[in-house]
Design a binder for this molecule. Structure first.
Ligand code: SAM
Ligand code: SF4
Length: 344
């Protein structure tokens, strides 16, 4: 399938359900041919909800005084990682806000301890740091890093991230991660106020240009305690605005699969939040090959409120049944990205 900006934008504006079926089938075929039928499970540990940033969409933003902040200690996090290993997962994902309370050296010792005690692949998702921190964590054994660029529209990015370095800096940091030998993941939010079909088409082209090993795509979900949730970002592109809809998210996932055939693509929690009944399965049938069951201790889970009513994939036999019920199977081992393997 030809993937230039105009055809991508046309697919994003396609409403005909029969024609969309051809997109879903193409993405599913390309997924099967390139990453197979395994669904890799990654144990997600949301270890701190402290954040120094003020992203306009996120409930963890520092200006939100309504959430109870927590930071797990090293033993508690390692305990969760051991549980992930006992459940047979090959990877843990350590995620947090941009928390200066977690020093570079503390994160390095956390990574080293998890590697020693579990041997699991470790993915970090801690936001922007410096090249030195990325190097320290890589030397400690970190395997992968996830950092979405959220939108490829630099002007919109700047409006959504006041006081933060711009989009160029985010791309620079993604490049450092690549140079240091991480598997690199990024992604976007679908339906951000002010974003257009052309912006989303550029996002897809950017995935290919960055040659991403992992791509996370989720709908923007309104959070009342954020500027976007309060409708504070209105501008004259709003009439062209893309819906933060389930179908638009599937279109983006399917097109990402076509643009980056060997990437690992999760069916995201945000998708399961807007369609609890079968968002997860639809995602897996429209390009995705990864799920991220939540390993965050129940006592903290509700406080990691990036958006309201956040769904949680929890480990369960029902979850495994749902995977098998669509003709797929739970992957074993680390589930590394074939994209990175092909590059090195
Ligand atoms: N702080 C790190 C960062 O920003 O990269 C990692 C944690 S952050 C909560 C992870 C992702 O949550 C962000 O990349 C963003 O795309 C997503 N997110 C934040 N607010 C959201 C919202 N209101 N709806 C959907 N996704 C959201
Ligand atoms: Fe902080 Fe990440 Fe949320 Fe931005 S998206 S406010 S950096 S947790």
């Amino acid at each position: 399938m030809e993937l230039d900006k105009n055809p991508i934008s046309a697919w994003l504006q396609e409403d005909d359900t029969d024609r969309l079926e051809t997109l879903w089938h193409a993405a599913d075929r390309v997924r099967r041919e390139n990453v197979g039928d395994a669904v890799h499970l990654r144990g997600l540990i949301e270890f701190s909800n402290h954040c120094q940033r003020n992203c306009f969409y996120c409930g963890l933003r520092s200006a939100n005084k309504k959430i109870r902040r927590y930071r797990m200690d090293l033993d508690e996090i390692v305990h969760c990682a051991c549980q992930a290993k006992d459940l047979g997962y090959g990877t843990v994902v350590l995620q947090s806000g941009e928390d200066p309370g977690c020093s570079d050296h503390w994160v390095a010792s956390l990574v080293r301890t998890i590697k020693e005690q579990t041997g699991l692949a470790v993915t970090l998702s801690l936001g922007e740091r410096g090249r030195d921190a990325f190097l320290l964590w890589r030397d400690a054994g970190a395997d992968r890093y996830l950092m979405r660029f959220e939108t490829s529209n630099a002007g919109l990015y700047a409006r959504l991230h006041p006081g933060a370095p711009g989009l160029e800096e985010r791309f620079r940091q993604l490049l450092w991660l690549r140079e240091l030998g991480y598997e690199v993941g990024s992604g976007v939010l679908v339906g951000l106020p002010g974003s257009t079909h052309m912006d989303l088409a550029n996002d897809i082209l950017m995935f290919a240009e960055l040659d991403l090993d992992m791509i996370g795509i989720g709908p923007w979900i309104k959070h009342e305690s954020t500027p976007l949730g309060r409708g504070e970002l209105q501008d004259n592109t709003d009439h062209k605005r893309v819906a933060a809809s389930e179908t638009m998210t599937y279109k983006m996932m399917a097109l990402a699969r076509l643009a980056c055939p060997r990437s690992n693509i999760p069916s995201t929690t945000a998708l399961a939040t807007i369609n609890a009944e079968n968002g997860c399965e639809h995602g897996l049938r429209r390009g995705a090959n990864v799920l991220m069951p939540n390993m965050t201790p129940a006592v903290h889970r509700a406080d990691y409120e990036i958006y309201p009513a956040k769904a949680c994939f929890l480990e369960s036999s029902e979850q495994r049944f749902r995977i098998e019920n669509i003709g797929r199977y739970v992957g074993t081992g680390r589930g590394d990205s074939p994209n990175r393997d092909a590059r090195i």
